[in-house]
Design a protein around this ligand. Structure first.
Ligand SMILES: Nc1ncnc2c1ncn2[C@@H]1O[C@H](COP(=O)(O)OP(=O)(O)OP(=O)(O)O)[C@@H](O)[C@H]1O
Length: 321
């Protein structure tokens, strides 16, 4: 990445890598609401860590405590080895923060805002180059309040990155972005990672976490309910399973066409799952049954859950306030 933060490593060995963020036993209460309830978390240098969870799960609270914007009620937090409250001055120049909802002066022009952020940094990136990379060069003279939601998001991201941070907190960085802008942000995050920058990202887009994250932690009601690589999570409980995506499948009829002991069920996302010893003959039998019953198969895969299945299984299907 031209003009980007100094490089250190390309890939991360989780066991061996240097810890850039460590959270132990984090608790945060707001009156009678327990926003974070004994959370443990680790991030390594050059790693993209995605925090997933339903609305109100405690993601933003966790991120804001790591940034030093809020005090924990209990627990130990170290960001780049520093206490985010007691050592905030030393920490601030080493991290980048993209808040949910911006945090900008409404009348300030886009380029002015970015130059102001750059002026606080010892060795900033070139603001003109950064606006170009993020596709917002042509709104440089536009006041913040007149920018579209997606342009405001990208400007906030530029402000988070201009100081060449070692660790970046991105709270829902692609919320409200169109497909082109989202891909641009994904490419930028990938480039940051390859330059050794650690990225903590919250998102509601599960495919974003699957695409970008080295490690995912799913949070529910302030607690980590699962963690692992995207591949680990989708393999969870999936051994001996064939997934069929197709309209018009009767699970009982399909099961009765297979040898004794095989069962069929619906997944949380509406796919059909065949359980049992999945052999080439069983895959072939399922495909043959679909052909005989005029069922068009759009996907047939072995031994995986979707991340959405795992997420819904762990956090339930009800909509949270
Ligand atoms: N300043 C605050 N005062 C009172 N309650 C708060 C405050 N900040 C967060 N909460 C509560 O703490 C809980 C966790 O909120 P948080 O914003 O951390 O969740 P989240 O996982 O980021 O949610 P979302 O995905 O909706 O952004 C929620 O019940 C929320 O209402």
């Amino acid at each position: 990445m031209r003009d980007a933060p100094a490089s250190s490593s390309d890939s991360v060995d989780r066991a061996a890598g240097e810890t850039t963020l460590s959270i132990r036993g984090l608790v945060k209460r707001y009156d009678d609401v327990v926003a974070v309830d004994g959370l443990d978390l680790d991030m390594r240098r050059g790693e993209v860590l995605a925090l997933l969870g339903p609305n109100g799960a405690g993601k933003t609270t966790t991120v804001e405590i790591c940034e030093g914007f809020d005090r924990p009620d209990a627990g130990e937090i170290r960001v780049l080895g520093l206490d985010p409250i007691a050592e905030n001055d030393a920490l601030r120049s080493r991290i980048g923060v993209m808040l949910q909802g911006g945090g900008a002066y409404p009348g300030a022009k886009a380029a002015e805002m970015l130059r102001l952020c750059a002026s606080y940094c010892a060795d900033p990136l070139d603001p003109v180059w950064l606006m170009d990379v993020l596709g917002i060069a042509d709104i440089a003279g536009t006041p913040f309040r007149r920018l579209s939601g997606g342009q405001q998001q990208r400007l906030s991201l530029a402000c988070a990155l201009v100081g060449r941070p070692e660790l970046v907190f991105l709270d829902e960085p692609t919320a409200g972005l169109d497909a082109h802008a989202r891909i641009m942000v994904w490419e930028l995050i990938t480039r940051l990672k390859s330059d050794g920058v650690s990225v903590l990202l919250t998102t509601h887009h599960l495919e974003e976490a699957e695409e970008l994250a080295d490690h995912i932690v799913i949070i529910d009601r302030g607690r980590a309910v699962a963690s692992g690589t995207p591949a680990d999570l989708v393999r969870r409980d999936a051994e001996g399973q064939l997934r069929l995506t197709a309209e018009g499948v009767d699970d009982d009829a399909l099961a009765s066409a297979l040898p004794a002991g095989y069962t069929c069920s619906r997944s949380q996302t509406g796919d059909h799952l065949v359980h049992g010893d999945i052999t080439p003959q069983i895959v072939s039998a399922v495909a043959a049954w679909c052909a005989q019953n005029d069922v068009l198969v759009t996907s047939l895969t072995v031994d995986t859950n979707s991340l959405q299945d795992v997420f819904l299984e762990l956090t339930g299907r009800e909509v949270r306030a």
